[in-house]
Design a protein around this ligand. Structure first.
Ligand code: PLP
Length: 477
């Protein structure tokens, strides 16, 4: 493909995408295919000779679309949202075209510098304390990671290294392995599985502290765990608190957990993967009260802030904690301006070396929507979730299972777990809407997450009526 064909095909692709998104409601939200459906539809090996663009696009409809779950269909209410907007898609296209790999300042100064400034913009937009911002002389700063899972892992690895080095200075006879075997990290029993996984990857024991009746972690539970573990010779090193848990969107109590962590020298990381976007609205910032105690904070604009995947923003109070833990400086990555002391080399802030120019997506979205446009998006979703909650509450066969605060409603039919599993099965088999479940304690619960950018009240009404009809069928069977 030469540039003149690219001009034509690029425009065709923009039309294809615009048509896809405009007409997405006409596509079934969840596909009909079975596992292994795709292999028989395409050849066993790549073609020897190049093919035409038209042939590929025909195969997009024949091979790909039948197996797509349409996350941006307004009848998609599963998981949490994944963001999607035209400015972000255009910025992604530009990032692809520039194709620079911004592992160091010199590798592409704009890639590094825009990211630093965008993370400062975003930190201010959501009301993060000043110490998380890089500014021109701050000790903190932000970076774009691929996912919240990576951010949690980075925070835990940085905490592990910080404590290990400090202990080795104090007691040089201790080996790194001896220290690491005594380290212990915590999260609530509602934390995302990626937190437990960070423990597995880092080799640090990860303990779950019990959450309260609203699925939030409180100080007393941490205190009890700390006392027990310290008495057993363990070294508490890290707590991952969640703002907006995956199961029910519960908020851990930072005002209690934070001071405890600070007093015990425990790295406090905040995982606000979903809920963080809501803090762009001042009325939801009460939910992050206590954030000032944290050492690191993360959320996913790629979930709810109209920035397409991937874009997970991660701030640290002291960037030297990250850089100090992961710095590698081989000769082939060094450059003249490195000695100026003003340089951010983001390769020290992440696991991979290479990184895309993802901050373009933030820049385009922030400028085209403005803070007000983004606030409108969040408020609309929260209001639609409350609309759905009201429908559930008006039907005494159903119950609401957890406080509805943002865009997620946990609900179920009053009755057994089996009854609710059967209801979910019916809902997802009918493929008119798509939901996923969760367990709150031993209770099987249906999650209704407001997801698509274009979802509206009429979709919520349809979804509720559909759920009600299927429930009636089930109860009368
Ligand atoms: N943390 C929370 C609270 C989440 O809800 C999720 C995913 O939904 C994650 C972490 C994992 O996100 P990621 O896919 O960005 O790693």
């Amino acid at each position: 493909m030469d540039s003149s064909e690219f001009r034509k095909r690029g425009k065709d692709m923009v039309d294809y995408i615009a048509d896809y998104l405009e007409q997405i409601e006409s596509r079934q939200v969840f596909p009909d295919v079975e596992p292994g459906y795709l292999r028989p539809l395409i050849p066993d090996a790549a073609p020897e000779e190049g093919e035409t663009y038209q042939a590929i696009m025909q195969d997009v409809e024949r091979v790909i679309m039948p197996g797509v779950t349409h996350w941006h269909n307004p009848y998609f209410f599963a998981y949490f949202p994944t963001a999607n907007s035209f400015p972000a898609m255009l910025a992604d296209m530009l990032s692809g075209a520039l194709g620079c790999i911004g592992f160091s300042w010199a590798a592409s100064p704009a890639c590094t510098e825009l990211e630093t400034v965008m993370l400062d913009w975003l930190g201010k937009m959501i009301g993060l304390p000043e110490h998380f911002l890089a500014g021109s002389k701050g000790e903190g700063g932000g970076v774009i990671q691929g996912t919240a899972s990576e951010a949690t892992l980075m925070a835990l690895l940085a905490a592990r290294t910080k404590v290990t080095r400090a202990l080795q200075l104090e007691k040089p006879e201790l080996t790194e392995a001896e220290i690491i075997s005594r380290l212990v990290a915590y999260s609530s029993d509602q934390a995302h599985s990626s937190v437990e996984r960070a423990g597995l990857i880092s080799g640090v024991k990860m303990k779950k502290i019990p959450s309260d009746e609203n699925y939030a972690a409180q100080g007393q539970a941490l205190k009890t765990a700390l006392e027990e573990d310290k008495a057993n010779g363990l070294i508490p090193v890290f707590l991952c608190a969640t703002l907006g848990t995956t199961a029910s969107c519960a908020f851990d109590n930072l005002m209690e957990l934070g001071p405890l962590c600070n007093a015990e020298n425990i790295w406090l990381h905040i995982d606000a993967a979903y809920a963080g976007s809501a803090f762009i609205c001042p009325e939801f910032r009460y939910l992050m009260k206590g954030v000032e105690f944290a050492d690191s904070f993360n959320f996913n604009p790629h979930k709810w802030l109209l920035v397409n995947f991937d874009c997970s923003t991660f701030w640290v109070k002291k960037r030297s904690d990250l850089i100090g833990a992961f710095k590698m400086d081989p000769v082939y990555l060094q450059y003249d301006q490195q000695e100026s002391g003003l340089i951010t080399d983001y390769r020290h802030w992440q696991i991979p070396l290479g990184r895309r120019f993802r901050s373009l997506k933030l820049w385009f979205v922030f400028r085209m929507y403005g803070v007000k446009g983004l606030q409108e998006h969040i408020r609309k979703h929260v209001s639609l979730a409350h609309e759905f909650m009201d429908y559930v509450k008006q039907d005494n066969r159903f119950e609401i299972c957890a406080p509805v605060i943002l865009g997620l409603v946990c609900f179920r039919l009053k009755g057994s777990n089996e009854l609710n599993k059967a209801l979910l099965h019916k809902i997802n088999n009918s493929k008119k809407i798509h939901l996923v479940p969760c367990c709150l304690g031993d209770t099987f619960v249906l999650r209704f997450a407001v997801c698509a950018r274009n979802v509206d009240s009429n979709h919520i009404i349809f979804a509720w009526k559909h759920i009600e009809e299927l429930a009636v069928e089930l109860l009368n069977a």
